[in-house]
Design a protein around this ligand. Structure first.
Ligand code: ADA
Length: 553
């Protein structure tokens, strides 16, 4: 019912390295710069690869007569300030999550200006300036404008489906808004495949919103299973507006050391995947996302860890459609106890957690929420932050396991806050003091009666760098050997409920504040991909594929 237009295409962009745009009122009309494609990362523009700072985007668009206009930004990295025709209309912090602005506009053309700041530091930003991926900046996901003809508006709909003993249930929580200038009393209805499954009434004064929440039992519904996904599209209709959301019915649980879906144990065979491509940065077009999944399925994997931030929702849609499991994380990457002793950072982290769960709760592919990666989970400050993050998730979703990726081994003091324990370790690469078997059996006694997953392990290999002799670091053969040994062990170990290879493809990385990281990252890249950055297979790919396809786990 909404008239919807995507603002994909060329926008104007201009750098503001001295951050003078606010003072010089660039929001009224930024100086002429150059053209940049949206959605895109500005780092993929010639000459902008290492630009970290402020840049201003602008473009014009037109709307027709309507009650209200909603403008949705899929993601802006990191801080966004937005003006329409010179007036401030909103701001948002956090690089991988959407925000929407609701406003009124006269029919005709309008100027949209967005100031984007992608500076990172060690005290206020998430992620911080210490990280092992690239600090891309820009309007990195689609922007779209919707004309709401009202008077009603369905501003959000969260679905919590469940599947127990062959019965499907659905909890619905939706927000209805009156975008008109008069009071309304109107019916709402929820439709499944065109059939009304719930109806009610809402009475709202001008500008008012109301949350409607209800639960349903549904007949004739088939479950969503890994590898056999069945999806259902729900439509909520209210006073001249409607919102479609798609979900699948399945039950995720942990029982002793196993992860279960619909009551059946599932062993996780996964890869870690960054959103990264040499030409597109993190703003990959959808057909390339689909091609990545083709390769992941060809490998015989059944899961992806979206390291280390909320992924493009179109990628999650594809996982839903293909029955691939997904673990989703906020970008709380390697923060120390001292850093997390900050209200600003803990508030920002829980706002991200809330927004991520609220955005993706409808995806059946998402089977777990991850609160952090390799933070100092051996300190009381990080423990407090994790407690708070867990409570944040539980406010919205009590149907999925909660986890985080730990690299503190037996020093970790937070495993009781995780429903399944995820550990990152690099035996055979960074460390050689234990074997994988020894490490797993120690961790399995430490974490107790819950599933233990290896959320990262791997070795760097330069595509095409081949060695006739054994144990040549950076060779494809060495990576193949390490992955074969570790994956064979995981596939047969009772201590292990699954694994995620680090990583799917080679990715651009940060040079580090003192330039040091680049010295351990040849080509300025993290080279632990089983395919390179152009998705060309390394030797490890076919070797791991043969193992996975031959395993009955
Ligand atoms: C860590 C981290 C990853 C990556 C990896 C590596 O475990 O979580 O993001 O940096 O190490 O390649 O060293």
């Amino acid at each position: 019912m909404r008239r919807q237009q995507y603002l994909d295409g060329f926008w104007q962009i201009v750098q503001d390295p001295r951050d003078i745009g606010f003072d010089e009122q660039w929001h009224l009309a930024p100086p002429l710069g150059r053209e940049a494609w949206v959605p895109g990362a500005w780092n993929t523009l010639q000459g902008w690869l290492h630009y970290e700072g402020v840049a201003w985007y602008s473009r014009r668009f037109a709307v027709g007569a309507c009650e209200a206009v909603r403008i949705t930004f899929g993601a802006v990295t990191q801080q966004a300030n937005v003006w329409l025709d010179g007036e401030p209309v909103g701001q948002h912090y956090g690089g991988w999550l959407p925000f929407a602005l609701l406003t009124q506009l006269a029919p005709g053309e309008h100027l949209l200006v967005v100031r984007v700041d992608n500076r990172h530091d060690m005290t206020a930003t998430i992620p911080s300036s210490h990280l092992d991926w690239f600090r891309y900046g820009g309007i990195t996901r689609p922007v779209f404008v919707e004309e709401l003809c009202g008077p009603g508006h369905v501003s959000a709909m969260r679905l919590l489906p469940d599947w127990v003993d062959g019965r499907a249930t659905l909890k619905v929580r939706a927000e209805l808004t009156n975008v008109s200038e008069r009071a309304i009393q109107a019916p709402y209805e929820l439709l499944l495949d065109g059939r009304v499954v719930k109806a009610g009434q809402a009475r709202l004064s001008s500008g008012e919103s109301e949350v409607v929440a209800f639960a349903l039992h549904l007949d004739d519904v088939a479950p969503w299973e890994p590898g056999a996904p069945r999806l259902y599209t729900f439509c909520l209709r209210f006073a001249g507006d409607e919102l479609y959301e798609r979900t699948g019915f399945r039950h995720v649980s942990v029982q002793r050391r196993k992860l279960l879906i619909n009551g059946k144990p599932v062993f996780i065979k996964g890869v870690n995947r960054h959103e990264d491509h040499p030409e597109w940065g993190p703003a990959m077009p959808e057909h390339l996302m689909a091609r990545d999944l083709d390769l992941i399925q060809e490998l015989g994997a059944n899961a992806v860890r979206g390291s280390h931030y909320p992924n493009d929702p179109r990628f999650l849609d594809l996982c839903d459609e293909r029955g691939i499991l997904f673990v989703e994380e906020i970008p709380l990457w390697q923060f120390t106890g001292e850093q997390m002793d900050s209200n600003l950072l803990t508030d920002r982290a829980s706002a991200m957690m809330w927004a991520m769960v609220a955005r993706d709760v409808n995806h059946p592919a998402v089977i777990a929420w991850s609160m952090s990666n390799e933070c100092a989970t051996d300190t009381p400050q990080v423990r407090l932050a994790m407690e708070h993050l867990r409570e944040t998730v539980e406010q919205i979703d009590d149907t999925r396991p909660i986890t985080y990726a730990s690299h503190r081994a037996e020093q970790d003091i937070c495993f009781d806050l995780a429903d399944m324990a995820c550990v990152n370790a690099y035996y055979g690469w960074y460390r050689h003091d234990l074997t994988w078997g020894q490490f797993l059996s120690r961790m399995s006694s430490h974490v107790g009666d819950k599933p233990l997953l290896v959320s990262e392990f791997g070795a760097g290999a330069l595509y095409g760098w081949r060695a006739n002799e054994g144990d040549v670091i950076w060779s494809e053969e060495y990576q193949r050997k390490l992955l074969l040994e570790s994956v064979s062990l995981f596939l047969t170990s009772d201590d292990c409920a699954g694994f995620f290879i680090w990583q799917f493809c080679d990715t651009r990385t940060d040079k580090g504040d003192d330039g040091h990281r680049a010295l351990t990252r040849p080509r300025h890249m993290n080279n632990k991909g089983i395919v390179d950055e152009y998705r060309r297979k390394k030797l490890a790919f076919d070797a791991v594929k043969a193992l996975l396809l031959g395993s009955d786990r």
